[in-house]
Design a protein around this ligand. Structure first.
Ligand SMILES: CC(C)(COP(=O)(O)OP(=O)(O)OC[C@H]1O[C@@H](n2cnc3c(N)ncnc32)[C@H](O)[C@@H]1OP(=O)(O)O)[C@@H](O)C(=O)NCCC(=O)NCCS
Length: 186
């Protein structure tokens, strides 16, 4: 039998609503591989693993946005750092590795992750949230401005990391350093 495809009418296909529940929670061990997002972020494997180990030692916190057990968004907080402008273990906490999986961007998940990270920092007594954003990333900068972050400094953004294949990768991406004064936690 030969199946012939019907000609597709030149109009928008029917649209169906989809309501999705998600939660924001602390990352667990089984998230670590999933956070590579099917290979698109495998190059950050060591980063993710190190953040998780640091979290078990109380030095960091990793939050994920979870849909059906899969982490579709992430944000990490570092409590102390060599760079005391970023994090000093007391007053300033550093937010990094903030991202939402591509097809779920622009739906409010990132804003909620960011606000939850700020609450977690404030709960631990931090008075400022600090982050860096690429000078080229205008969309993220818009989000940070809207959420009350101000530029306090610039950084040449030159650093290196070792990827999942053991290759050293160099990053050359100038950034703005931004901070937000956090409302004290009740
Ligand atoms: C930045 C990011 C985490 C925000 O999460 P999100 O769930 O898309 O954000 P929300 O839906 O809560 O808010 C939307 C706002 O985020 C910003 N944004 C940044 N990148 C965006 C993207 N690719 N798609 C949609 N919004 C984006 C915009 O300001 C947008 O507001 P707008 O409607 O005025 O353009 C996410 O878009 C992302 O992962 N982007 C790629 C990685 C990245 O740039 N991370 C930040 C590094 S500093």
């Amino acid at each position: 039998m030969i199946l012939r495809e019907r000609p597709v009418p030149d109009s928008t296909p029917p649209q169906f609503p989809l309501a999705i529940q998600y939660c924001i929670r602390v990352a667990i061990r089984s998230d670590v591989r999933k956070l590579e997002w099917y290979g698109s972020h495998s190059h950050t494997r060591r980063y993710i693993e190190r953040a998780f180990v640091d979290m078990t030692k109380g030095r960091q916190l990793m939050l994920v946005a979870d849909i059906n057990g899969f982490p579709v968004g992430q944000i990490y907080m570092q409590f102390d750092s060599k760079n005391k402008q970023h994090a000093d273990g007391r007053s300033r906490g550093y937010i990094y590795s903030f991202r939402v999986i591509g097809h779920l961007q622009g739906l409010g998940i990132g804003t909620r992750l960011l606000r939850t990270a700020e609450i977690e920092l404030a709960r631990r007594g931090f008075r400022y949230a600090v982050l860096q954003v690429s000078k080229r990333n205008e969309a993220a900068r818009r989000l940070y401005h809207r959420e009350g972050y101000l530029v306090i400094d610039e950084d040449p953004g030159q650093w290196s990391f070792v990827d999942h294949n053991g290759m050293e990768r160099h990053v050359d991406d100038p950034t703005f350093v931004m901070e937000k004064r956090l409302a004290p936690s009740l």
